[in-house]
Design a protein around this ligand. Structure first.
Ligand SMILES: Nc1ncnc2c1ncn2[C@@H]1O[C@H](COP(=O)(O)OP(=O)(O)O)[C@@H](O)[C@H]1O
Ligand SMILES: [Mg+2]
Length: 365
């Protein structure tokens, strides 16, 4: 998959900006606070339908402006698609694909597939479980619209169940109605997550061995309700909801379900979420991300677009080199302040105060 062109209009600190991307490495460099991450954010937005930095979408609109637009042309195989996102201060956003407005955000999933490497993402091993769930969910949503819809339905049901619990008017009968729906969507999601982690593990293991020069063995484990079949998972979820009912009523929220899942990450048998060195945690995060790239390719027969926001400074020379080898040949958008590693070819862009200028690679420094 190749992102050909991005046009930003009143998005963050960009007034009007067109960028023609190359099919290989695209390096965006410049001082801090010039707009490098803003550009990546616009690409990620088209990919997952939200920002990786904020849930308040109005922040994406250039200050004092009414509307922000992101337009893009993406090519997958022989098929080229035009995307057009408009965010407004006063009304709901619109998303068009080939000039046709989409009615559900799910239609956007997978149109521009991206894998994000950033200092935040490099922290996913040591961060809270919610960050690891987000990683799994974003990855799965890009692979499957059905997963995206199931997750959205689940979250709505959970919200309603929690609202009922908080209202103090909940009882056995009113909760039972929500429980049936919660379990039906929850079991579907748990099954997808478990399957995804199993496949991811195989690929992450190989990547981790490569990054650690075969010194470390990575294992992944899904921490959630598992079972051989959807029926078995549903039964276990139902039983757990019953078990937690009194606690739910007393404390006013739902204690069990896929919203509490986690991903256990171990190296040579040790859980590195808590007991890993920073180096192990970073390597493992990189291995997971690389595995995400590989898995997407296995599933879809093409590579996603890689977004590398300021990550090279976080990695030692060996890992920088191996990461560069891995991304060789894929479309990559890299941001950095200092381009420390050797010239990797591709296109170079200088970012200065909301303006992006293509530059000749040899004269960039
Ligand atoms: N909605 C907005 N309107 C105008 N400028 C913005 C908006 N949001 C952020 N900015 C500006 O964008 C700059 C940060 O850009 P960013 O892409 O994060 O920098 P970097 O190049 O370091 O990655 C800051 O100067 C900030 O003031
Ligand atoms: Mg930045």
């Amino acid at each position: 998959m190749i992102l050909k062109e991005v046009v930003l209009n009143n998005f963050r600190n960009y007034a009007l900006q067109t960028v023609q991307l190359g099919s290989g490495t695209n390096v965006f460099f410049g001082n801090n606070a010039q707009g490098k991450t803003n550009f990546l954010e616009s690409v990620r937005y088209m990919s997952i339908g939200k920002s990786m930095r904020t849930s308040r979408e109005k922040e994406l609109i250039k200050w004092d402006e009414e509307c922000a637009r992101i337009k893009a042309v993406v090519q997958s195989g022989q098929v080229s698609k035009r995307l057009d996102v408009a965010l407004y201060q006063q009304k709901s956003k619109t998303v068009k694909i080939n000039s046709v407005p989409i009615s559900k955000m799910g239609e956007l999933m997978g149109v521009v597939a991206t894998v994000l490497f950033s200092p935040d993402e490099i922290g996913i091993i040591k961060n809270a479980p919610s960050d690891r769930r987000r990683f799994i969910d974003i990855s799965l949503c890009q692979l499957s619209k059905a997963y995206f819809y199931a997750l959205n339905r689940y979250n709505k049901i959970l919200l309603q169940r929690n609202t009922l619990l908080k209202s103090g008017r909940a009882d056995e009968n009113s909760l039972a109605v929500w429980d049936i729906q919660l379990v039906s969507e929850g079991a579907r999601i748990a099954k997808s997550r478990a399957g995804f982690i199993k496949r991811l593990e195989e690929l992450a293991k190989a990547n981790h061995a490569y990054l650690s020069s075969d010194k470390e063995e990575l294992t992944l484990e899904y921490e959630g309700i598992t079972g051989e079949s959807s029926e078995e998972i549903s039964e276990k979820m139902t039983a757990k909801l019953k078990e937690d009912r009194e606690k739910d009523l007393r404390q006013g929220y739902t204690h069990s379900g896929i919203q509490t899942d986690d991903l256990k990450v171990s190296v040579n048998g040790t859980d590195i979420r808590k007991f890993g060195s920073q180096g192990q945690q970073r390597t493992a995060a990189l291995s997971l991300k690389m595995a995400e790239v590989d898995l997407y390719n296995q599933e879809k027969g093409e590579y996603p677009i890689l977004l590398l926001d300021d990550v090279f400074s976080e990695l030692d020379k060996t890992r920088q080199k191996r990461l560069l080898q891995k991304i060789n040949g894929l479309q990559t958008i890299i941001t950095c302040t200092h381009f420390e590693f050797e010239n990797v070819g591709g296109r170079y862009f200088k970012v200065t105060n909301g303006s992006i200028q293509p530059v000749d690679a040899d004269n960039s420094y």
